[in-house]
Ligand binder design. Structure first.
Ligand code: ZN
Length: 651
């Protein structure tokens, strides 16, 4: 799912003054997207608890629905094939919104009793179903689905003056419009979707379109068939006077399939070009993650009346103004991350949203590595760090706003992945992603954060316990102060101190990329930072006149400070040379404690004789009257620290 909050704030950040003032901004159509989304935001109040007795494993659903896009109602039946997983199964339960009517149920063609209590229906099967045996049940129902739940699970709208109907069940909305097992444990192995609608409408859904036929004088039945495992929240239909635009994606053996798009007729000229623009991205994601997961069937887009996109399996739903390459890439990526491997709890929603968000970034890296890719990273880091706290791991799954928190589940999840890529290197990182997607225990099933972590540890050989604790489960981000003593080419000293924006983390241990520049040269160094106040000595071979921290935006950090040269002492400490330039006497005043030694170097690094006239507790006097005029480096060492200062002798 892609909602617009992220983009809105990123657009604002983009307009702020920063290093990307030159060149085009990230293209977007944000105004319309967000205006629409704000209406939907007021609906985000669903919570979900279930007492469903889970004594069966779903195998198959056959849906038969009658809908009219002009009407807020549904009538139909759901036939469910299931395997009993309990020794004494005599009844079966589904979730169904209390405002819908469960009319009847049939078991082996015998009518059986249905009890509808709250949002749960219980159907007596009239016999004990042996554990492990396959059975089926059909439930007939009708009514007006609730209109105030989640993102609007069953909605009517209009494009122009033409009615359109769509469903959007994530996270808890499936039972608003069909009797479902509304969980993240049991994927349905395959489905058939039959939808009857007034003539002139077309129906978009999951899987492969099987055809349509007349049903009486006024209705047409469309049939879709999907034969991959699917989570209940990813089953969807949309109905209006669509035109169909279909084009094959040619990706080689095992990765060639139709991309079948259902578009409002009036928008097709505008929305087909972005769909074509997506073709190389399908190829790129296939290269990075393995073949498109549903290549035996199709991919597609279906226009609907919501502000954003939703990754319904094999058929992404896209708001009429959201046909933008970033949103299309995000939803496409969900087919791997979200649909093929689905978060196993809403606590772990970042496994869907953080990954899809990062993949949209990978799209920018692919099409615009030097412009949009760094802008995208900068924007996300800025967005994440504009507030001090919040964890990627979703700590409140009763709140839909929190589950789909764009700063945490989306942006921070994405940049935690980017940071992990920096730590692991590209080869191990992408191998880990592929292993995760192809793990038989997870593939076409569900995964938790621990499953992902295990794969990344296996592919990198790293222990990522602390990394996941700090960056997924705990909160905040680091701010760095890097003090640089820049003048000795053989011994550039970098002192790195860190504060944290949230008290849940005492220290973020990270490899820090730092670029040192000077004398028309530069070098990238990686500081393996393991504690605050850590000192690094680097032989650059040149004097440093500028230090750039994390120039490629690998890290989540903010409010960083570079202190070059004289400001290399802790607050309240000082070391002053006077006069400077000196003639015959150079006085050093300090409050750094007991002096251990004093050295003077010329700029070639050659040590000069230092004549100490006076050495008191906070005052050192050097006689320099025999030194030839020029620039020198004074190094004074104390118990904890050496400090270097340039001074000049002139006469
Ligand atoms: Zn998403």
């Amino acid at each position: 799912m892609k909602i617009c909050f992220t983009l809105l704030i990123l657009a604002i950040l983009l307009s702020a003054t920063h290093g990307f003032s030159q060149g085009p901004a990230l293209p977007n159509t944000l105004g319309k997207v967000c205006a629409s989304e704000k209406q939907n935001a007021s609906l985000l109040k669903a919570s979900h608890t279930t007492n469903l007795v889970n004594n069966y494993d779903l195998k198959y659903h056959r849906f038969r629905w009658l809908v009219d896009p002009a009407q807020p109602s549904i009538r139909g039946s759901v036939t469910s094939y299931f395997v009993s997983t309990a020794p004494d199964m005599s009844s079966i339960q589904f979730e169904l919104a209390s405002v819908l009517s469960a009319d009847s149920a049939y078991h082996h063609n015998f009518k059986v009793g249905v009890i509808h209590t709250g949002n749960l229906i219980t159907i007596g099967l009239g016999e004990i179903i042996p554990q492990g045996s396959l059975d089926s049940i059909t439930v007939y129902y009708h009514g007006n689905p609730p209109q105030d739940n989640g993102f609007g699970s069953f909605s009517n709208g209009k494009h122009g003056s033409v009615p359109v109907l769509w469903t959007l069940s994530e996270p808890y909305g499936a039972s608003d419009w069909w009797p479902s097992k509304n969980d993240l444990e049991d994927k349905i192995d395959s489905i058939d979707v039959f939808v009857a609608a007034p003539n002139g409408n077309k129906v978009a859904s999951n899987g492969v379109f099987q055809g349509e036929e007349a049903y009486g004088p006024n209705l047409t039945v469309s049939h879709w068939k999907h034969k991959y495992p699917i989570a209940s929240y990813l089953i969807a239909i949309a109905v209006t006077n669509y035109i169909v635009y279909s084009k094959d994606f040619i990706g080689g053996p095992g990765n060639t399939f139709p991309v079948r798009n259902y578009l409002y007729p009036e928008d097709s000229a505008r929305n087909i070009p972005p769909i074509i623009q997506l073709e190389p991205i399908i190829g790129h994601f296939s290269f990075l993650f393995g073949n498109y997961p549903f290549a035996l069937e199709k991919y597609g887009h279906c226009e609907f009346g919501w502000g954003g996109g939703m990754e319904h399996q094999t058929m992404t739903f896209i708001g009429d103004s959201s046909f933008h390459i970033e949103i299309l890439s995000h939803e496409l990526a969900h087919q791997w991350f979200g649909d093929k491997v689905t978060c196993g709890s809403w606590h772990d929603i970042w496994l869907n949203e953080g990954f899809a968000t990062y993949c949209a970034g990978l799209m920018y890296e692919f099409i615009s590595p030097d412009h949009f890719w760094p802008i995208w990273k900068y924007q996300n880091v800025s967005y994440i760090t504009y507030a001090p706290g919040g964890s990627v791991y979703c700590d409140d799954t009763t709140n839909v706003n929190r589950i789909f928190d764009s700063r945490l589940s989306y942006s921070k999840g994405a940049m935690v992945l980017n940071q992990l890529r920096w730590m692991m290197g590209d080869s191990a990182f992408f191998a880990g992603l592929r292993n995760y997607l192809h793990d038989p225990a997870l593939s076409y099933g569900y995964a938790l954060t621990a499953d992902f972590k295990a794969h990344m540890e296996a592919s990198s050989g790293l222990n990522l316990e602390e990394y996941f604790n700090n960056w997924i489960y705990k909160e905040g981000y680091p701010s760095y102060t890097i003090r640089c003593a820049p003048d000795d080419p053989a011994d550039i000293v970098l002192t790195v101190s860190q504060t944290q924006s949230d008290p849940s983390v005492s220290f973020f241990g990270m490899p820090l990329p730092v670029v040192l520049k000077g004398e028309n040269k530069d070098t990238l160094v990686v500081l393996q930072n393991t504690f605050s106040g850590q000192e690094f000595h680097i032989n650059t071979g040149f004097k440093v006149d500028s230090v750039k921290f994390d120039p490629d935006y690998w890290l989540i950090s903010a409010h960083n400070q570079i202190i070059l040269g004289e400001n290399d002492l802790p607050e309240g400490k000082h070391l002053r040379l006077q006069p400077n330039p000196a003639n015959d006497i150079l006085t050093v005043e300090h409050n750094l404690g007991k002096l251990k030694n004093v050295k003077i170097f010329d700029l070639s690094g050659k040590e000069q004789k230092a004549i100490i006239e006076e050495n008191q507790q906070q005052r050192l006097v050097l006689n320099v009257n025999r030194m030839i005029p020029g620039t020198y480096l004074l190094q004074v060492c104390f118990d904890q620290k050496c400090v270097r200062r340039k001074f000049i002798i002139s006469r």
